[in-house]
Design a protein around this ligand. Sequence first.
Ligand SMILES: Nc1nc2c(ncn2[C@@H]2O[C@H](COP(=O)(O)OP(=O)(O)OP(=O)(O)O)[C@@H](O)[C@H]2O)c(=O)[nH]1
Ligand SMILES: [Zn+2]
Length: 206
Amino acid sequence: MDQTKRKDIDYTNDQTTKNKVNRPQIEQAIRLLLEAVGEDPTREGLLDTPKRVAKMYEEMFEGLHINPKEYFKTIFNEDHEELVFVKDISFYSMCEHHLVPFYGKAHVAYLPKDGKVTGLSKLARAVEATARRPQLQERITSTVVDAIMDMLAPHGAMVIVEAEHMCMTMRGVRKPGAMTMTTAARGVFETDSVRRNEVLTLMKTT
Ligand SMILES: Nc1nc2c(ncn2[C@@H]2O[C@H](COP(=O)(O)OP(=O)(O)OP(=O)(O)O)[C@@H](O)[C@H]2O)c(=O)[nH]1
Ligand SMILES: [Zn+2]
């Protein structure tokens, strides 16, 4: 296999590589948390829980060590200056206010310019890397759209995210089924309602 093609899964963000997940510290924190809520972390059923949670957090927050922009270094010189749209990209993220999940779908569109077309999977990988951190839905939306703008310099890009927040369903206001929609439009999608509506119409088609 051409190793240059594998670089997309190996890039790391300089700022975050220094702070890779500290599993022993997470384990200690989980033991303290269990104690604090009135549990006994030494009882059999909970003995391995701190270890499992540390491993789980490493997975759920792996996006902290990935710069989503790096995916868009994969560029094919293709003369296509019409819409590219990947919809229904499922994701799971963690609400940074409550550390409970929010999850849903992202829809990512861009209008390439000067032959700069990226791999379709890279759009989904950028969503995935951005979601796997303590997050806000708005920030996932704008981070992905701005990464595309910065790296591909297209005519425009648009991202729509729809998600259900567990912090609004299982606790607090308790409104299961409430869906939050966020959009971010740049370039032609900001200025041209025909272009924007093309994306919205395609989003609704099954
Ligand atoms: N804008 C935004 N808000 C979020 C997101 N996820 C959770 N929140 C909100 O963050 C807010 C935190 O509000 P606070 O009053 O500080 O915390 P709280 O007392 O737990 O709030 P309640 O959820 O209303 O019980 C809540 O309104 C959540 O719904 C998100 O992705 N974007
Ligand atoms: Zn929350």
